[in-house]
Design a protein. Structure first.
Length: 460
C-alpha cells in the first residue's frame, strides 16, 4: 500500500505522537509520494541520506522494494514508526559517524534512486551528492529560500524544481505539487493547537471515567501541560521569530519538577526518585529510572577504577570516570568506539546505559552476534572482582530480545522494570514475567528495561 500524508497523520494521531509528523513541512510527505509515483521507471531500491524521525523512509518503503537509510545519530522514533507502519523488513538502518564510513558503505549497496535530506549548507550538500553522483535519479529536499546553500548547488546542477524539492535526473518530472512557503512557519503551529485543544476536550468528556479509575490527579497534570502548550503555540505564532521562541521543553520540565518532583519508584527494595532533566526529556522515557539507579551504583565505586561505554551520565552530572565514546567535547572522553577498541588497564566497574544495543560497531548497528562479542571482550578488562553493569531498553530490537531469551549474554543477574502508565511510571517485575506480560500503554519509547550484571568469572 502506498502511504502518504493522510495515512501517516491518522495513525500517528491515534498513537498521540503527532509531533513526529510536524517536525518538518507537512506537505513534504505527499509531494515525495507523488514524485516517486511519477518517476519513469519507478525506483525499486532507494537510498536515503538523513533519516531523522524516519517518516520519509516510510514513504520510500511503501513504493520501493528496499530502502537503505543513513544518519549520524540513532533515532528510536524512526524504528517506532517503521514498526507502526509495518515496513521494517524493507529498511536497512545505518548509523555512520563520518562521511568516509558512509561512502564506504554506500559503495557496497545497489540503488536506483537517492533522496538527500541531511545537512543543508552548500559544502555538505555537494559532498552528499559526490557520494552518489553515479545514480541517475537524485532528489533533494528543502529547495527554497530558507536554505540558500541547497538552492545554490541545485542551480549549478540545473536541477528541476518540484515544490520544495530539487530533482536531478534524465527525464523531467511533471510538476503537480503543492507548496506554500508561509506554511513552513505557520501551518505546523495551527495543527498542534488544534490537536492539543482536542486533548483538552477529551479530558472533560472523560472526567467521570478518570474519577472511577482514580486517575484524576494524573490527568489534571496532563491537562495543565496541554493548556501551557496552547499558550506557547499561540505566542510563538504571533511572534513567528524562530530565534525568540519560548522553549517548550524547558517549560514541560518545570511543570514536572513543580508537580511530580516527589514521585518515586522501588528497585531492589530501595526507593528512588524519578529523574527529570531537559536533556533527552527524561520525563518521557526510561532515563527517568536508569539515571538514578546508575548514579547510586557509581557511589559504591567512588574510589575504584570505572569506565563508561557511551557518553550518557556526563550530560546530567559532573563525572570523573573515563568514557569510551565518539564525542570529543569533554576532557576525559576517549574517541575509540569500534569493535576493535582496547583499554589500557583493567577496571573495577564497566557500565553502559542503554547504549550497547544502539551503537555502531564497524558501521553496523549492533546485532546479536556483535553484541555478544563486545561483552566477551569487555570481560577481559575486568579486575578479579570487577563487574560489568549494562542496561537495555527493549522496544523493537528483535535480535536483542531473541538473544536475551536464549541467554547468550550470560548475565549473572538480571533485573527488570516495566512502564505502567502514560505519564512514565515504572515498577520492577520478575524477569520470567517480562516477555509474557501485556499492558496497554501508548508510548513510542521503550516500555521494558533490563539491567544486567556480569561478574568476573575469577570472582566466582
Amino acid at each position: 500500500m502506498v502511504i502518504g500524508f493522510k495515512e501517516v497523520k491518522n495513525k500517528l494521531q491515534k498513537m498521540r505522537c503527532l509531533e513526529l509528523l510536524y517536525s518538518s513541512s507537512v506537505n513534504k510527505y505527499d509531494n515525495l509520494r507523488k514524485i516517486l509515483e511519477n518517476l519513469d521507471p519507478k525506483p525499486k531500491k532507494a537510498l536515503e541520506i538523513g533519516t531523522q524521525c524516519g517518516i520519509s523512509t516510510i514513504i520510500l518503503a511503501s513504493i520501493c522494494d528496499k530502502v537503505n537509510t543513513f544518519d549520524i545519530k540513532y533515532q528510536k522514533d524512526a524504528e517506532f514508526v517503521w514498526e507502526l507502519f509495518k515496513v521494517s523488513e524493507k529498511i536497512n538502518y545505518w548509523i555512520e559517524f563520518d562521511r568516509a564510513a558512509i561512502k564506504k558503505r554506500i559503495n557496497t549497496l545497489e540503488y536506483d534512486f537517492v533522496f538527500i535530506d541531511a545537512v543543508h549548507n552548500y559544502e555538505n550538500v555537494k559532498a552528499d551528492y559526490d557520494m552518489v553522483k553515479n545514480c541517475k535519479s537524485i532528489l533533494f529536499h528543502d529547495n527554497y529560500e530558507r536554505f540558500p546553500g541547497i538552492q545554490k548547488f541545485l542551480k549549478e546542477k540545473n536541477a528541476q524544481k518540484l515544490a520544495e524539492f530539487g530533482y536531478i535526473g534524465p527525464n523531467k518530472v511533471k510538476d503537480i505539487y503543492y507548496f506554500n512557503y508561509l506554511e513552513i512557519f505557520f501551518f505546523n503551529d495551527f495543527k498542534k493547537i488544534k490537536y492539543t485543544f482536542k486533548q483538552i476536550l477529551i479530558f472533560f468528556f472523560n472526567i467521570g471515567n478518570f474519577i472511577k479509575a482514580k486517575r484524576l490527579r494524573e490527568e489534571i497534570h496532563l491537562l495543565i501541560n496541554d493548556i501551557v502548550k496552547i499558550f506557547i503555540l499561540f505566542y510563538n505564532f504571533l511572534r513567528f521569530n524562530n530565534d525568540k521562541k519560548i522553549n517548550l521543553k524547558n517549560l514541560a520540565l518545570l511543570s514536572y519538577k513543580l508537580f511530580k518532583s516527589r514521585r518515586s519508584f522501588k528497585f531492589q527494595k530501595k526507593t528512588y526518585y524519578y529523574f527529570y532533566h531537559a536533556y533527552y526529556r527524561t520525563w518521557t522515557n526510561e532515563k527517568a529510572v536508569e539515571i538514578p539507579i546508575f548514579y547510586e551504583i557509581l557511589k559504591k565505586f567512588k574510589f575504584k577504577t570505572v569506565v563508561e561505554i557511551g557518553n550518557v551520565l556526563s550530560h546530567y552530572f559532573h563525572i570523573n570516570h573515563k568514557i569510551i565514546d565518539l564525542d570529543k567535547n569533554i576532557h576525559n572522553i576517549n574517541n575509540q568506539i569500534s569493535s576493535s577498541f582496547y583499554l589500557n588497564k583493567k577496571y573495577d566497574l564497566i557500565f553502559s546505559i542503554s547504549i550497547l544495543n544502539h551503537l555502531n560497531w564497524q558501521g553496523i548497528r549492533s546485532n546479536s552476534d556483535i553484541l555478544v562479542t563486545i561483552i566477551e571482550k569487555l570481560k577481559k578488562y575486568l579486575t578479579p572482582k570487577g563487574k560489568i553493569i549494562v542496561s537495555f531498553s527493549l522496544s523493537f530490537d528483535k535480535d536483542l530480545i531473541n538473544l536475551l531469551k536464549k541467554e547468550k549474554l550470560r548475565l549473572s543477574k538480571i533485573y527488570c522494570l516495566i512502564r505502567t502508565s502514560e505519564d512514565n511510571r515504572w515498577k520492577e517485575i520478575d524477569y520470567q514475567d517480562l516477555f509474557n506480560r501485556k499492558y496497554n500503554i501508548v508510548n513510542r519509547f521503550s516500555n521494558k528495561l533490563i539491567i544486567g550484571i556480569i561478574e568476573n568469572e575469577n570472582e566466582k
